[in-house]
Design a protein around this ligand. Structure first.
Ligand SMILES: [Zn+2]
Ligand SMILES: [Zn+2]
Length: 533
């Protein structure tokens, strides 16, 4: 019974942890690295074809984004998630695959011109589709047998629709251990979804620490802030442009906009229009609105009981085609434009910035974290000009952010969530920036009196003895890479396929003699074919 930390260790993105128990290899999350990479993550110590299952905490790409890459390399096992996570993944993994294919096309055009070998996408839409067929969606709190000896339960993590903490019970050779993964834990009092709930005591806990070194302060008045900002901007005849993350944040903003409209908080602009200009955000909004009642908070359920759609209102325009997108800028009336990407690095938001940044009367409102080096960060730091579509655009619009809006629990909320875990043998801290992980681990030990460790990539722990059985190599990257794991070479893929074959052979013991003989013949035929060369 072993736990190996792979990704999102001393970093925030690329969540991935390997559990080996009852003869099975199981990944908890399989996320894509986003933004600059600080440490080199060690590779998965087995071929993806040797994986038996993936357990997924939530749909964000930094937790789910490499699942289709595992499928592309031979993973055919089940993927366990909540039903809402499964549905959100149907759009997010397809969208991610489109981005991979698009990037590969663009790189290949460059490679061709430079006479370089072709670049292969990390995965394709077909791989994403295949992975979706391996998903199984479950409700919160149901005990699910993953394999004999291994069962799981999802608890609401309050971070995104369907987001979950995963509680595992492992029985191996008469020993029983329980293991809890927090997943990303949400902030309190978010629109639409419930606050994080506290799962029962476990022997070992893996907890995130994104904001493990800070406090969010008193709960901000989002509706009040938004109303004031829209009133000022609309009075001047300008637009409010919101670069927003398509899944989650956009729907929360729609909830706030509906409140503003319903309570008639804006003077003189009661019929204001709100455009959602991001195909992914529009699809996500449809999933949010599709009656996933098990996942909504009490307020949302009460609205539904009164026949009110919590994220829909008169004046809401869901535009999809790029022609419809262009028409938005021809509408002279003051309006709200919600568009992706949230950090202004890609997508249709860039068109809306081009049309509004130079206008003194418009407002660009940020509603989420802006990574270093992104257009969003530059704007927030007061850039006077930015480059979009090869054009220098002067920044005259008001640039501001919605104070206090965050999708993650702060330090005290994380410690409060750990209240039930005082009897844990060890608490592992991951999913936080380099120093934040260590700072939060120290806070945990101090507050709970439980040994707490922030592991590095490759660190391996025996869950029976609780001992560290292997240490990963700590490789701090000096050069910023784009973070994504490179597509393997064709030869590495062959090697991986070979390991998968061996894994299947090892699991074929129970087959009939006839089946075994046929399998052997086919392998020998394959070997004969290639050993001649
Ligand atoms: Zn997340
Ligand atoms: Zn995350």
């Amino acid at each position: 019974m072993k736990l190996t930390f792979l990704g999102a260790v001393h970093e925030v993105t690329g969540s991935c942890t390997l559990l080996e128990a009852c003869g099975k290899n199981i990944l908890i999350d399989c996320g894509m690295q986003q933004g600059p990479d600080l440490y080199e993550n060690c590779e998965l110590p087995l071929a993806p074809g040797q994986l038996d299952a993936i357990l997924l905490t939530h749909a964000h790409i930094d937790h789910s984004g490499l699942i289709p890459a595992m499928v592309a390399q031979g993973f055919r096992g089940p993927i366990y998630a909540t039903e809402a996570t499964r549905r959100l993944c149907t759009i997010m993994l397809r969208d991610s695959a489109h981005i991979q294919e698009f990037e590969a096309q663009w790189r290949n055009r460059k490679a061709q011109r430079a006479g370089e070998p072709p670049y292969e996408p990390l995965y394709t839409v077909a791989h994403a589709e295949q992975s979706l067929s391996q998903f199984m969606g479950y409700p919160y709190h149901e005990t699910v047998e993953v394999f004999p000896g291994i069962s799981l339960r999802f608890y609401d993590a309050g971070h995104l629709l369907g987001s979950a903490s995963i509680y595992l019970e492992l029985k191996e050779e008469g020993e029983v251990r329980t293991l809890l993964f927090s997943g990303d834990l949400g902030n309190q009092n978010r629109p639409l979804i419930r606050d994080p709930e506290k799962p029962p005591q476990a022997d070992y806990v893996v907890v995130e620490s994104t904001y493990g070194d800070r406090l969010h302060g008193p709960r901000p008045d989002y509706v009040g802030q938004l109303t004031q900002l829209m009133q000022q901007t609309f009075d001047q005849g300008g637009n409010v442009v919101i670069p927003s993350f398509a899944v989650g944040r956009t729907q929360e903003l729609l909830y706030l906009m509906r409140t503003i409209k319903e309570q008639k908080l804006l003077r003189g602009h009661g019929d204001f229009a709100v455009y959602v200009d991001s195909p992914l955000a529009v699809e996500a909004t449809r999933i949010y609105a599709a009656g996933l009642t098990d996942y909504y908070d009490q307020e949302t359920l009460e609205l539904l009981a009164q026949g009110i759609d919590p994220i829909c209102f008169p004046g809401l325009q869901l535009s999809v085609t790029s022609d419809q997108s262009k028409l938005i800028n021809e509408d002279p009336n003051p309006k709200v434009i919600l568009s992706a990407s949230g950090m202004c690095e890609a997508g249709r938001i860039r068109h809306h910035l081009k049309h509004n940044l130079w206008r003194k009367n418009s407002t660009i409102l940020f509603v989420g974290y802006q990574s270093e080096g992104t257009v969003g960060r530059k704007l927030l730091e007061g850039a006077e000009r930015v480059r979009l579509f090869g054009e220098d655009i002067a920044v005259h619009a008001r640039i501001t952010n919605l104070a206090g809006i965050s999708g993650h629990a702060d330090r005290d909320m994380l410690l409060d969530w750990l209240e039930n875990q005082k009897e844990a043998k060890t608490i592992y801290v991951n999913h936080g920036d380099d120093e934040v992980c260590d700072t939060f681990a120290a806070s945990v030990t101090q507050a709970l009196g439980v040994p707490s460790i922030a592991p590095f990539s490759g660190d391996e722990y025996d869950l029976i003895t609780g001992q560290c059985t292997a240490k990963g190599r700590i490789v701090k990257l000096t050069r910023q890479s784009d973070g994504r794991r490179r597509a393997n070479s064709i030869y590495e893929k062959l090697l991986s396929a070979g390991k998968r074959l061996l894994h299947i052979i090892e699991q074929s013991k129970g087959l009939t003699n006839k089946e075994l003989a046929r399998f052997t013949d086919q392998i020998n035929a394959l070997c004969d074919k290639y050993s001649k060369k």
